[in-house]
Design a protein around this ligand. Structure first.
Ligand SMILES: N=[N+]=NCCCCNC(=O)[C@@H]1[C@H]2[C@H](O)[C@@H](O)[C@H](O)[C@@H](CO)[C@@H]12
Length: 447
């Protein structure tokens, strides 16, 4: 199925994680409280009352984790920095122990010959900033710019690849519209203003990074997926167009200088974000790559449901993950060709792709996860097909290296190529991880 010669010789093969999901040590070495600590500690928000207090204990086990990563043959790794570890109050006093931790982390990665791709924000806003309004408060844009400058100045001699934000759609809508992620607000209008502030802070951070060293590569990671109309009725087609704007072009359009999609905001004018003079120009600051996270497509029909007048329709499957997400590899091809055609990023990285299935650790420490292996193989085939058509995809980061804290699902949902036995913190490479390792070694050996 896969022809590794199609992938460019300098292709980045790796995995992705996020600080709050794997580090643990939530109250160690001066780390401040994040909105996800508060959200997790609030009863009812996270399954089984789980939190990131310990997670994979990566804060203490990163050396063994990177040794394993090297043994598996990967040449890249996407991680995120915990803002509250660096600035416990979000701004002002810097926590040297937090910076020292990431010094050690990056040094250990480089010692193992693994290229770091660093995400500045993967949802763990310092709670002190939330108490001042969080991302709904435009001041947080300046706080993020200050945070970015501190991190880039400290790590920028060793980190050359930066991702400003992870999935602003989740941070904005799941966190402020649906209320199912931190900080747990349910106000669609606020979520749209948050989306604007996240994008604005992205543009500011791009400029900080380029001022530090113009040779550094910087981009943003978006969750993207096709929005298919449930029927060819004009109502359903229009609903799917609104959903495409709601999930995809609300971010893609302003990032690539097209402003906000009218198909959405003509429908909900009262919910449009307040945009100040110059904001759109900052948001559209040139970047070096687009990070694409892909998991599934959406099927959309017209609905009387406000404010968007669209609703989801259960996809036909027949395959679904443990999250009940349809397995639809073709959607990644559709996303990549559409992004290439409509926005033409210089480079694209698949910064997340993976699946959760019910994993069982056998007596002899094995996890036979053929479903996950087959999922990844088919999605890599979609990447291969896009590359064959000239789409400049230069890396694939499987989500995730380790099983980890899966937000509101807690530890029940496992995405790792490596199984984590949380009772012992022992790591066990799953069959999918062994397969991916063999593939990566062949691809890199094939260089
Ligand atoms: N319509 N619609 N679709 C979007 C629905 C959101 C899908 N979830 C994600 O993208 C999150 C992303 C996150 O970066 C990571 O931190 C999470 O662990 C993974 C797995 O959940 C994925």
């Amino acid at each position: 199925m896969l022809d590794l010669n199609v992938f460019p010789p300098n292709f980045r093969w790796g995995t992705a994680t996020a600080a709050y999901q794997i580090e643990g040590a939530a109250h160690e070495d001066g780390r401040g409280i994040s909105i996800w600590d508060v959200f997790s500690y609030t009863p009812g928000n996270v399954k089984k009352g789980d939190s990131g207090d310990v997670a994979c204990d990566h804060y203490h086990r990163y050396a063994e984790d990177f040794k394993l990563m090297k043994e598996l043959g990967m040449n890249s790794y996407r991680l995120s920095i915990s803002w509250p570890r660096i600035l416990p109050k979000g701004r002002g006093e810097i926590n040297e122990k937090g910076l020292a931790f990431y010094d050690r982390l990056i040094d250990e990665l480089l010692k193992n010959g693994i290229e770091p791709y660093v995400t500045l924000y993967h949802w763990d806003l310092p709670q002190a900033l939330q108490q001042l309004g969080g991302w709904a408060n435009r001041d947080t844009v300046d706080a993020f710019e200050e945070y970015a400058r501190i991190v880039v100045n400290r790590l920028g001699d060793r980190v050359k690849n930066w991702i400003t934000h992870n999935e602003p759609w989740c941070a904005a809508f799941l966190g402020h519209g649906a209320g199912v992620h931190a900080p747990g607000l349910k106000d669609v209008g606020v979520s749209m203003q948050v989306a604007h502030h996240l994008l604005l802070s992205h543009g500011k951070a791009v400029r900080v990074i380029k001022e530090h060293d113009s040779s550094h590569k910087v981009g943003i990671t978006l969750i993207l997926g096709p929005s298919h109309a449930a029927s060819d009725s004009p109502e359903d087609v229009a609903a799917a167009a609104r959903h495409d704007a709601f999930l995809n072009t609300i971010y893609l359009d302003p990032l690539y200088g097209k402003g906000y999609p009218r198909v959405l905001f003509d429908h909900i004018p009262a919910l449009a974000p307040k945009v100040q003079e110059g904001d759109l120009e900052i948001i559209a600051t040139e970047t070096d790559f687009l990070g694409v996270n892909y998991y599934q497509r959406s099927i959309v029909k017209h609905s009387e449901q406000l404010p968007f007048n669209f609703d989801g329709v259960r996809p036909p499957g027949p395959e679904f993950t443990f999250f009940d997400w349809e397995v639809y590899p073709k959607g990644l091809y559709e996303v990549l060709t559409r992004v290439h055609q409509d926005y033409a990023p210089k480079e694209i990285f698949i910064t997340e792709n993976g699946a959760t299935f019910e994993d069982t650790l056998t007596e002899d420490g094995q996890v036979h996860d053929e479903q996950r292996r087959f999922y990844i193989e088919r999605h890599l085939k979609s990447v291969q097909d896009a590359i064959s058509e000239g789409v400049p995809v230069n890396g694939y980061f499987a989500w995730s290296f380790l099983d980890n804290f899966e937000w509101a699902e807690g530890f029940e949902k496992r995405f790792g190529l490596v199984y984590v036995d949380y009772a012992t913190q022992n790591r066990h490479v799953k069959d999918s991880g062994k397969w991916y390792s063999k593939l990566v070694k062949e691809a890199l050996g094939a260089v």
